[in-house]
Design a protein around this ligand. Structure first.
Ligand code: HGY
Ligand code: MN
Ligand code: MN
Length: 415
């Protein structure tokens, strides 16, 4: 299909991205939008309104995964999916996830304007809770669609205040059996997610888009270290069981293990460190840390987890502290589909865009959609590779090029 694209402006899309960014729990330009919170619900309503205006049929599943469908001429065929997430971690930017949702919508609008008629339906998806902020696990919506997270496991999830998924989704107005969220294999014929790179390479190399061949394997843990509290003055150093000093050894051990695999693809992060009682003059008796370890190579990642466990055993024995480790998730890496990558490459060439193949170091909903359909991802540059910060930025030019390649690819796959 020749998609001679008139010089369609993306001013509308940029305005929508900026409008969505105003819907935040924090003062703009900071974006915070935690799943099922008031801002998340307003953001969902805003995007659903845009989808309806675009003539798409919108429906939501029992936990709020949202599907906006452009019916194809052959409804018996499984649809082509695209989409991402609009929830955002605290102190985030406005492009992570949202470029894939609003950019996916724009790609559909462009095809409609060009008079394209899809044979396969095209479905834009807004996944619930791609970010782990509320329940501690990422990709809640896509995991449940793929049944990687079962309804029983989902029911056991709690937020910091002990509130569970049932309470939150009911408050958000989502109902229906959790079993209904899982979808059969082949629910999508193919799935393509547009996303900012969340890394520096495309900008550094002056390339327009990235074709993602693999998505890193994420693993996260909750580790509680229990020692002995006491008066910071009266409790002498010999025999102390300082939970935070023990945690510090674990944190440095994680960093050292991730650095020493010899591979740049191995990353390890401790993003949360809750100290109890958290008083300046009291020896910490209990500390919660979370670990986030990723690698393109799952076995290499697991070796980092094993090294951390060994250090934990040593620290526990030496310092007389109790260390309890709960594995939250340890997912395999994702291999993207060669046929979709070929379509992306053909579209990039046809659109006259420069590109490279690359890996995704963040995880994405595509990681779990890959359990029920072939997937691939299309990256656009983001300034300095910065993400998960308010200064996250992708230029209108970068976004427009991504939407252009995505629209061509969707047409290619759906015709
Ligand atoms: O953490 C991630 O990789 C994603 O941004 N949630
Ligand atoms: Mn993110
Ligand atoms: Mn994201």
């Amino acid at each position: 299909m020749t998609l001679e694209r008139p010089n369609l402006s993306i001013d509308g899309l940029m305005a929508e991205l900026m409008a969505l960014a105003q819907i935040s729990e924090a003062e703009p330009p900071v974006v915070t939008r935690v799943v099922f919170g008031e801002a998340d619900m307003r953001a969902r309503a805003y995007v659903k309104g845009l989808c309806t205006e675009a003539g798409l049929t919108v429906r939501e599943d029992a936990i709020g995964n949202t599907f906006a469908r452009w019916d194809g001429s052959d409804p018996t065929l499984a649809p082509i999916g695209t989409g991402s997430h609009i929830d955002a971690i605290p102190n985030a930017g406005l492009y992570d996830g949202c470029v894939g949702v609003l950019g996916g919508l724009e790609a559909i609008r462009v095809l409609k304007k060009l008079g394209f008629k899809p044979r396969r339906s095209i479905e834009l998806v807004i996944f619930t809770a791609e970010e782990p902020t509320r329940f501690g696990i990422g990709c809640l919506g896509s995991r449940m669609m793929a049944n990687v997270l079962t309804p029983e496991q989902a029911l056991a999830l709690r937020d910091k205040e002990g509130r569970g998924l049932e309470e939150w989704r009911a408050q958000a107005g989502f109902a229906g059996p959790l079993e209904s969220v899982a979808v059969p294999n082949g629910r999508f014929y193919q799935f393509v997610e547009l996303h900012i790179e969340q890394g520096p390479y495309l900008e550094q190399e002056g390339l327009d888009v990235g074709l993602v061949t693999h998505i890193a394997a994420p693993a996260s843990q909750r580790i509680v270290i229990e020692g002995e509290g006491g008066h910071a003055g009266g409790k002498l150093m010999p025999g102390r069981k300082d939970a935070l000093a023990a945690a510090a050894e674990l944190i440095l051990a994680l960093e050292s293990a991730a650095k020493s695999t010899g591979a740049i693809d191995t990353v390890g992060t401790v993003g949360i460190c809750d100290v109890f009682p958290g008083a300046v003059n009291s020896v910490p008796s209990r500390v919660l840390i979370t670990t986030d370890v990723r690698d393109i190579d799952g076995a290499r990642r697991d070796r980092v987890l094993a090294a951390l466990a060994d250090t934990g055993n040593d620290v526990s024995a030496r310092r007389g502290v109790k260390i309890t480790t709960e594995l939250i998730n340890a997912d395999p890496p994702t291999t993207c589909d060669p046929a979709i990558l070929a379509a992306l490459e053909e579209s990039a060439v046809a659109a006259g865009k420069t590109y490279r193949k690359m890996v995704a170091r963040a995880y994405h909903d595509s990681s779990f959609v890959s359990c029920i359909a072939p997937v691939a991802m299309l990256f656009i540059p983001c300034r300095g590779g910065v993400s998960h910060r308010p200064d996250e930025y992708a230029s209108p030019k970068w976004i427009g090029r991504g939407v252009h390649v995505l629209s061509r690819t969707l047409a290619h796959l759906a015709e």
